[in-house]
Design a protein around this ligand. Structure first.
Ligand code: 4G4
Length: 249
C-alpha cells in the first residue's frame, strides 16, 4: 500500500513510521510511505503557506492555492484524498478496514486554525480521530496510518488482528496473562494452564462478554452473539442485580 502525506512537518513522521510494526511493514514492502512538505508548493519569496482570515479574527489559515498545488504534485492518482479534521466522520475499525482495501491513500494535515474552505472541493473524505482539537493533523494521520497498515495482509498478525481484534469481534478482549505464574500472591487462572483448548476458548469468550458488559454495554447491541453468549449475559445480569440488591453496586 502506498501512503502519501501532505504536511508542514514531515519530520514528525520519521520516528513513528520507522520503528516497530510500521518500520517492519516498510522494510517488507507492505508500506510505501512518503511525507511531502507543503512548503515546497509555496511560490512567493517568503514561501508562505498561510494567511490571516478574511473578515478578521485571530489565527492563520492554510492557503487553498498552496494546498492544491501540493496535492497536484501527487496527482493524477486514483486515490482517496483524506483531510484530517475535527469536523470529519469519527474514525473507527470499520473505516480502517475500508481504507485498507485501497492501493493508495493521500492524507492531508492541516495546521494553525485550519484550511481555506475552498480546499474541501479537492478532498474526497474528512476524518476525525475523536472529539478533541490537536495543533495539527499529523498525529491524527499517524493514528489512521497505524490502524490501516496493521490490517495489511502479510503483516505479522494481520489475519489474527482482522478476526480477533476487539472491534472485529464487536467485543472487548478479556484479560491476558504471561509469566510469572504467580506475582505477589496473584495467580494466573488455572484454566489457562489446563491445556484444554475448548475450555480455554469458552473461558476467554465469557471473559470478553463480561468485560464488554461491564465497560461498553452499548457494544452488545451490535456484536454478533450466539445463544450461549446470550445465556452468559443473562447470568451476568442476574449476578449484577443480586449485587445491587446487596448494596454492592
Ligand atoms: C483541519 C482543520 C484533526 C485540521 C482544523 C486535526 C484534531 C483532529 C486541523 C484544524 C486537528 C482530529 C487546527 C482545529 C488540525 N485536530 N480530532 N487539527 N485545527 O482528528
Amino acid at each position: 500500500m502506498q501512503i502519501d502525506v501532505l504536511t508542514l512537518f514531515p519530520a514528525m513522521f520519521e520516528g513513528p513510521l520507522s520503528d516497530s510494526m510500521m518500520g517492519a511493514a516498510r522494510l517488507r514492502g507492505l508500506l510505501d510511505f512518503q511525507a511531502h512538505d507543503i512548503r515546497n508548493a509555496a511560490e512567493d519569496a517568503h514561501r508562505s503557506v498561510d494567511d490571516t482570515p478574511y473578515g478578521g479574527g485571530g489565527g492563520m489559515i492554510l492557503r487553498v492555492d498552496v494546498l492544491t498545488r501540493a496535492l497536484e504534485t501527487l496527482q493524477p492518482a486514483e486515490a482517496p484524498v483524506i483531510l484530517l479534521t475535527p469536523q470529519g466522520r469519527t474514525f473507527s475499525h470499520q473505516i480502517a478496514s475500508e481504507l485498507a482495501t485501497h492501493d493508495r491513500l493521500i492524507l492531508v494535515c492541516g495546521h494553525y486554525e485550519g484550511v481555506d474552505e475552498r480546499f474541501r472541493h479537492y478532498v474526497s473524505d474528512e476524518i476525525s480521530i475523536g472529539d478533541y482539537v490537536l495543533t495539527g493533523g499529523e498525529l491524527a494521520a499517524m493514528v489512521v496510518i497505524d490502524a490501516v497498515v496493521r490490517l495489511q495482509p502479510g503483516l505479522l498478525g494481520a489475519e489474527h488482528a482482522a478476526t480477533q481484534d476487539s472491534f472485529a469481534t464487536g467485543l472487548l478482549e478479556g484479560p491476558h496473562y504471561t509469566r510469572p505464574r504467580e506475582f505477589r500472591g496473584e495467580s494466573v487462572p488455572d484454566v489457562l494452564l489446563s491445556g484444554h483448548h475448548a475450555e480455554i476458548e469458552r473461558w476467554r469468550r465469557k471473559q470478553a462478554l463480561r468485560r464488554t458488559w461491564e465497560r461498553r454495554p452499548e457494544l452488545l447491541k451490535t456484536a454478533p452473539l450466539s445463544e450461549e453468549d446470550a445465556r452468559l449475559l443473562g447470568e451476568f445480569a442476574r449476578e449484577w442485580s443480586l449485587l445491587r440488591l446487596a448494596g454492592e453496586r
